[in-house]
Design a protein around this ligand. Structure first.
Ligand SMILES: C[S@@+](CC[C@H](N)C(=O)[O-])C[C@H]1O[C@@H](n2cnc3c(N)ncnc32)[C@H](O)[C@@H]1O
Length: 305
């Protein structure tokens, strides 16, 4: 007879049991019931806790994470922007792509994470790096391109913040943004389901609200009155991963961080991760060659003044 730790979850969509490590035969299991709940559309939270960042973990999938920045840059119709800022520049991977496209431009990377800024400035010591918060940032002199790849989903109150970012753009310049739009995906739904566990749900509200992105129609309405032209599109990248553990590693570098940081003990963190891994194993089956396909949808916006 297996004894079960307090982490026994039974929700409308999944039944998950977290067994003690010593007693569990295979670590954990997840059963999907017939009517999994539909997630609410990504609503915009008011408070956003900022997790700490680990640049090495983030850069483990550097090529896959940088590809959307490359795709966004390739769609920006500005011949020679003189001044560019990369908001939420992280370890400098997106900033490097901006330098590659516009080598003569004056480019600044801004990020609220000291660790990320430190890694960026070590990798590219000749470029300008600034520690700062996007939410309160304003330009002393307007920028020809205000760029942000995979960062604004961490910033609250898009209805106010994003039009303010457009105000920092010079006439004939552009605001270019990419954010994840994967909130219906199995991995995100699993995070929300596991966060409902009575053992920890009381401390999970901030984590649940940590990332939110609206629908394209929301961004069109808040930007269109202030733009001469706006391009919006979504792309679903199909990342080819070694297995479910690689997907767990991927989100350890981003979306999982606020959930783990909300947990008190290492035991709880380990349990949360193992529940997630079990769910990922079911939700992302292996291909014939053993790889796992990890679809990841992203929203792109380019708004011209
Ligand atoms: C997922 S990384 C993106 C890094 C890089 N732009 C890229 O394309 O891969 C998100 C970055 O946004 C930063 N970030 C999140 N919220 C921020 C805020 N309010 N102000 C400044 N930076 C923020 C984080 O510190 C992190 O480095």
């Amino acid at each position: 007879m297996l004894s079960v730790t307090p982490w026994q979850i039974s929700t409308a969509g999944f039944r998950i049991t977290c067994l003690t490590v010593a007693e569990a035969p295979g670590p954990f299991f997840l059963e999907q019931q017939s009517n999994p709940p539909q997630s609410p559309p990504g609503s915009l939270a008011v408070t956003r806790p900022m997790p700490s960042w680990d640049a090495d973990l983030y850069l483990k999938f550097a090529n896959q994470r940088t590809q959307p920045a490359i795709d966004l840059i390739s769609r920006i119709s500005l011949p020679h922007p003189g001044r560019i800022i990369d908001l939420g520049c992280g370890p400098g991977n997106s900033t490097a792509m901006l330098h590659q496209r516009w080598p003569a431009a004056d480019i600044i990377g801004l990020d609220s994470s000291r660790e990320m800024i430190s890694v960026a400035s070590q990798a590219y010591p000749d470029w300008t790096w600034v520690e700062g918060d996007i939410a309160s940032w304003a330009a002393a002199i307007p920028f020809d391109l205000v760029f942000s790849n995979a960062a604004l989903q961490w910033v609250a109150n898009h209805a106010e913040v994003i039009p303010l970012l457009l105000e920092q753009v010079s006439p004939q310049g552009a605001l270019a943004i990419q954010m994840p739009a994967h909130f219906q995906s199995p991995v995100h739904q699993l995070l929300l389901e596991i966060a409902k566990d009575p053992a920890w749900h009381h401390s999970m509200q901030d984590a649940i609200n940590a990332i939110a992105v609206g629908r394209p129609s929301f961004y069109y309405d808040i930007l269109q009155p202030h733009t001469s032209k706006i391009d919006l599109w979504e792309t679903e990248y199909i990342h080819i991963m070694d297995g479910p553990l690689a997907i767990l590693d991927w989100i350890r570098g981003t979306g999982l961080r606020p959930f783990l940081e909300a947990l008190e003990s290492e035991e709880q963190k380990s349990c949360f991760e193992q529940l997630l891994l079990s769910g990922l194993t079911t939700a992302y089956p292996r291909q014939k060659d053993g790889h796992v396909l990890f679809p990841f949808r992203r929203l792109f916006i380019v708004a011209y003044r």
